[in-house]
Design a protein around this ligand. Sequence first.
Ligand SMILES: Cc1cc2nc3c(=O)[nH]c(=O)nc-3n(C[C@H](O)[C@H](O)[C@H](O)COP(=O)(O)OP(=O)(O)OC[C@H]3O[C@@H](n4cnc5c(N)ncnc54)[C@H](O)[C@@H]3O)c2cc1C
Length: 317
Amino acid sequence: MPEALDYRLPSRATPMPSAAGLRFSFEFFPPASPLAEERFWRALRELEQFDPPYVSVTYGAGGTTQERTLRAVRRILDETSLAPAAHLTCVGASKSEIQRIAEGYWADGVRHVVALRGDPPKDSPDFTPHAEGYAFAADLVAGLRQVADFEISVAAYPEVHPQARSADADLDNLKRKLDAGATRAITQFFFDPDDFLRFVDRARAAGITAPIVPGILPIVNFKRTLEIAATCKAAVPSWLCALFEGVQDQPEVRDPVAVSVAADLCRYLVARGVEDFHFYTLNRADLTAAVCRLLLCEAFVANDLHGHAPVAARAAG
Ligand SMILES: Cc1cc2nc3c(=O)[nH]c(=O)nc-3n(C[C@H](O)[C@H](O)[C@H](O)COP(=O)(O)OP(=O)(O)OC[C@H]3O[C@@H](n4cnc5c(N)ncnc54)[C@H](O)[C@@H]3O)c2cc1C
């Protein structure tokens, strides 16, 4: 008989990730309508309980959401105690325009930028840099370093970026981004945790010492996930297709399956020493919150931390 799990945890309060030795950060996209805005804020507030070191806000493909990204980031600064990380891409902007945006971020109090080359607009699939712009994220990182002392995160690809000449060339590129002044890599999503672990091993062997944070995608919509995975060449295992087959329109089945898949992925990584996780929330808090709660409860049990006074009791003195 397997030993029963003992979830002796505070019944109402969520344990803090730091007490469990874990850190969760969350990615959102900037809302495009009043309804989406409401959902974005609800999700952000719901996930605030996990005390994220930062919450990041994407910059639309083709540089399309610049204003919305700025607005969302400013509101996070004004109305919450969260630290926003503003995504910034090279797409469609000259170096001086990017400098102006970065200066505006710094003046507003943004201290963390996720620096990316960006994806081109849908109607022109090949990336063509702006005539007076940055061609690659490494150049953007160097440019941002000239503007201010930002904390800079960059993208990494456990399954290799689709336009890379080779896996080694892609790793060299990650190293260039870090050498240019980035301090952390956040990965593209993946479904085989060994892809991530092998990638980290290769990066360490190549002399990369910066944190490499796994990007975790709790699956909100499987069909859409397949489309995105095809674009960024992330492998979708056949067992995953089987799990979601026929349940896309049954949220009461689909959502627990999505939570279970993401939690299993994270558990595997936690068991191998991973402590930081970056969740692609797609502006939905429920799936990500469920995964975080499971991981925290399990970490508390595994580390025998449940003898601690419940968070609520400690807060009350
Ligand atoms: C965590 C994360 C967040 C993201 N957020 C956004 C977002 O907000 N908005 C958005 O539009 N996209 C976003 N993306 C997607 C990203 O913009 C795309 O994956 C894009 O195609 C590559 O961006 P990059 O910063 O990795 O580019 P780079 O690091 O510049 O690499 C792009 C490609 O060029 C190659 N390369 C780099 N330097 C050279 C060189 N000197 N010579 C030849 N080849 C080179 C690399 O190997 C790679 O194949 C995100 C991705 C991740 C993982």
